[in-house]
Design a protein around this ligand. Sequence first.
Ligand code: PEP
Ligand code: MG
Length: 869
Amino acid sequence: MNYVVDFFEGSKEQSDLLGGKGANLAEMTKLKLPVPTGFTITTEACLDYLKKKENMTNELNTEIQQHIHSMEERTNKKFGSAENPLLVSVRSGSKFSMPGMMDTILNLGLNDKTIHGLIKKTGDARFAYDCYRRLLQMFGDVVCGIDKDRFENQLNFYKTKKQYQSDTDMQAQDWQEIVAIYKDIFIEVTHQPFPQDPNEQLVLAVEAVFRSWNNRRAITYRRLHDISDSLGTAVNIQAMVFGNFGSESGTGVAFTRNPATGEKGIFGEFLLNAQGEDVVAGIRTPQPISKLELLMPEVYQEFLRLSHLLEYHYKDMQDIEFTIENRKLYLLQTRNGKRTAKSAFKVCIQLVEEGIISKQEAIQRISPTMITQLLHPVFEPDHLKHAEVFAKGLPASPGAACGTIYFTAERAKQASEKGEKVILIRQETSPEDIEGMVVSEAIVTSRGGMTSHAAVVARGMGVCCVAGCEEIYVDEFLEQATVGEVVLRQGDTISVDGTTGTIYRGSIPYVEGDEWQLLETITKWAKEEANIDVKANAETPTDIKTALKLGAEGIGLARTEHMFFGEKRLFEMRKMILAEETAALMDPLNKLKEFQKEDFHTMFTLLNGKACTIRLLDPPLHEFLPQTEVEINHLAKATQRTPAEIEHRMKELHEQNPMLGHRGCRLAVTTPQIYEMQVAAIIESAIEVAQKEQGITITPEIMIPLIGSQEEMQWLRERLNQTIQKIFTEKNQVISYKIGTMLEIPRACLTAEKIAEVADFFSFGTNDLTQLTYGFSRDDSGKFIGAYQNKKLLKADPFQHIDEEGVGALMKIAVDKIRAYDSSIKIGVCGEVGGDPQSIRFLKKIGVDYISCSPYRVPAAILTIAQEK
Ligand code: PEP
Ligand code: MG
């Protein structure tokens, strides 16, 4: 078994075996770039070592010796020689770069004998002792676990004693004394002297790298980033080049494009007379790379040439480490540079424009998370590290926001009118809170899941939201939120991260996400590749405009009950709900019709002929009932009834289980006038807008919610058709329209071929379908889903990611049944999972024709579809 590979034998494709760093060192060697010679001990060697209970085999040791030997031949130096010593660096390198693992040891091979060789060869004792003390420090830290501070403290103590300002004041003699002090530290801490034998140093260093694969920080990092434990790390052994060899030497790191903004051009920094870790350690301030052009123009030009070459070769922005030794440039590492979302978009677009990658490749490089980061604000990572977490909940709507907290919509609204940035905290929100929600920077609820009112509405508006923070006790009466001992009161400041679901105390600086043009370009390219449409769940003019701007092909779900928010409309809605007989129903219905027509006019005009699916009323009515005494009194006065009569009617309407009760199409079976009013408003508006805006054809798609049987659908369809025919006669005009239904009741899925006989189209309402398939209340599941996940009884929240096995199976049955009846019937998805990239992959597989999701999720959905093609 070969466990060691020379740089000139490997290639960039071998990152599994050689780790990312090793594979790229091999690739650069193959490209004949100035890479110090070396070899890689493979990840398989690491896994074997860990399996054998941490004992390096003789075979591996021999292989390493052989490769050291051939390095000696190539460099004309000798490992352990007192005349002309070969010194090496030892660096870890797994397939994915992993902070937290043991990283680097430099100058390995130095000892009390070889140091004289180094002095003789370089004529520089100061440099040589500086190298030796660095080896002691790094070796002590990563191999023997000696706290770095022990070394640092001694050095600082020494410098103070000598009244030196910085390391540059240290002379050869000083470093020599530091070496002696450091060697004493080894004995003090490990009761062993620093190993003088270079081969022993090497074996110990390699073993330490292997073992660091399993240190706690590395394991945690892998958990967080979903990296498999079974990969192992490689170890790179490379001949040393010295950036600390005087003023014509140095070391640095540079990106081929700006990793923060994506701007084209070399971006980086370097330090003269320094070794690698000096740049990172922050002891001295590095200089911008542009300064190198003044100091060593020919080295700078060479670096530019090589960085272009590497970028072109890897077809991506590179992050390059280099060292200059006596004006000679060496490359020590290259990799695709980590970057912000903005930079990622910009670099992709530039690379396509420069002809380096295709549009298809560009699309594959953008992730849905990057889109979220581009569209929504994010907290500054440096500040986040020190922030105090108050509570955690569900990441219901992404973004970052700070503000003062309020516990009622009314107070939030008042404060916002005074110019305050507010955050609304509620146990859960209801349609009544909408005016407070609209003005809030963020919304926090202690109850409810990913499809609760707060979550759905916030996502629709693009407002940051953390829902279902069960650990917060929200007392709306006392206006305080409590977690354990910590009590926050009205007016206190918090910061909400809707992307992670974390709430912090105090205010944290954030950066705005406003790079819409960059997104437009990528979305346009993605649309060229996408083979199913993405529509939006939207009903307000702002949401529709946002959806269209973000690439939606129309509206896949306009929830008409959302059009009844706001004081005046809600009031009419309440009058309608509480009406006891038809006569009392008609007045609020006519008023509501006017509101609806106003909205449909705007909607059709904005859509300019694009598809529009309007869902008829579907709320569990309790969501709209008056809640306070003031509201009851107000309603009583307006309807000439007593408050007691109103309360009595409310009692009559009370339901034990409203989500399974009098809602959706059942409302229309008992009170058909409601849907008739809505359909009249839709059709009249469509005719009027088409007349006004010559040239656009409007084909409204009317969607009936919560259908469970063919009979239900047929009965309603016939009634609605009659209403529509009456309008055509009155207006003396006919337009085309469709009447379809949602698939959100398991029975509807199982009998879909029958419903298909009377439905023009279908759309899966996966929120209710999940609720009814699992029997998990969508408003209460937050209380136990976390426990299910912790106990590994559930992989994911099924309201967030589609449950492929259960809900997904039902959906597949429905799709197959509908297609068998008529393959041309359009089937969409408009539940929340329609905006979840992971679920979209599955939905595509079962063959839906389009998906519909909140406006801000549209671009990521288009991208996912394009990537899956
Ligand atoms: C659904 O149930 O998935 C759906 C889209 O409807 P709503 O969320 O309005 O119940
Ligand atoms: Mg539903």
